[in-house]
Design a protein around this ligand. Sequence first.
Ligand SMILES: *[C@@H]1O[C@H](CO)[C@@H](O)[C@H](O)[C@H]1NC(C)=O
Ligand SMILES: *[C@@H]1O[C@H](CO)[C@@H](O)[C@H](O)[C@H]1NC(C)=O
Ligand SMILES: *[C@@H]1O[C@H](CO)[C@@H](O)[C@H](O)[C@H]1NC(C)=O
Ligand SMILES: *[C@@H]1O[C@H](CO)[C@@H](O)[C@H](O)[C@H]1NC(C)=O
Ligand SMILES: *[C@@H]1O[C@H](CO)[C@@H](O)[C@H](O)[C@H]1NC(C)=O
Length: 298
Amino acid sequence: MAEDLCSSHKNVFIIRPPKASPLLSRMIILVFAAACGVFIFSICLKQISSQAKSFIQVIQRPCGNHGVNPLRAPHLHYPKPQSFGRAECEGNPVRFFSIVTLDRVYNLDWVSSASKNECSAAIGLKWMLNQGLMEYHDEISEHLKRKGVSVIFLFRRNLLRRMISVVANSYDCYAKPLNGTHKSHVHSQEEADTLSKYKPFINATTLISELQKMELMTAKALKYFNSTRHIVLHYEDLVSNHTKLLDVQDFLGLPHMKLKSRQVKIHKGRLQEHIQNWDEVSKTLNGTSYESFLHMDY
Ligand SMILES: *[C@@H]1O[C@H](CO)[C@@H](O)[C@H](O)[C@H]1NC(C)=O
Ligand SMILES: *[C@@H]1O[C@H](CO)[C@@H](O)[C@H](O)[C@H]1NC(C)=O
Ligand SMILES: *[C@@H]1O[C@H](CO)[C@@H](O)[C@H](O)[C@H]1NC(C)=O
Ligand SMILES: *[C@@H]1O[C@H](CO)[C@@H](O)[C@H](O)[C@H]1NC(C)=O
Ligand SMILES: *[C@@H]1O[C@H](CO)[C@@H](O)[C@H](O)[C@H]1NC(C)=O
């Protein structure tokens, strides 16, 4: 299998057309066009990531193509970065993916034990729905398809908990309780405990319409990007089921490897301990289709 991938790789880059054939010039144009495409895409990636301060998430794995099923595998890319050489990994394919989320409060923060950037097997960036994704959905969807970028939708089922995270995060942005630094993601229990001492106030008047807005936005995003190669993940499932990450690796056509997140949850346990005006909020949602958010864990 590894050989198959390698030889197909060679077919791409070592083209030996018959002598003096018009095919040669066509091939040159084709290769040139492809190179331009990759170049433009890398510029786009750079702009998007700097503008959005997105997290470039890199999943690494050791060299070798073992375990990759070429039939199920997504688009494979063979980048030639200028700032470093991929060395012996040059023949290793790389998958592009984009994680689409509603906000930046949660981060998958995937790390693996493998070393060396040069052997990255998948490279992606996080893209929030409010970062032009909805306004320019047609163009972006076309672009992602053309460039073979797989899309991972990462949503949260419990939108009320999402709201708490967002409010708490914006509080943390200016109050900075962790020794004067703002942290949306924490890596120790101590930090999580400090942050969870703040109980957000939820505006009950606008609560229902806010929840509806979020639902509508997620549904719209799924509709807009339905024709891309995509997978929908829920944060709750990732947290409660560690094998869920295998689905992601299958989707990206990666061999299974241990991925773990060092992140610690900030708002754990029953919701009423995390909302200042719990009575008002629970009264507002009681009897509505959102009532389950009051009881759901995570
Ligand atoms: C804040 O800083 C103090 C002293 O530098 C340290 O002991 C404490 O652990 C820090 N707290 C957090 C939450 O990082
Ligand atoms: C809730 O939001 C509405 C609309 O933005 C605002 O008029 C009202 O004052 C807010 N209520 C509280 C308690 O902040
Ligand atoms: C996406 O397309 C598939 C097949 O065309 C359809 O069954 C599905 O309902 C669509 N999903 C959304 C969210 O539009
Ligand atoms: C965990 O996720 C895996 C992969 O999606 C699935 O097969 C399994 O049924 C899930 N387990 C539970 C308890 O939900
Ligand atoms: C929801 O409403 C029912 C009936 O009106 C009441 O018995 C129940 O205590 C309410 N639950 C909460 C969490 O407020």
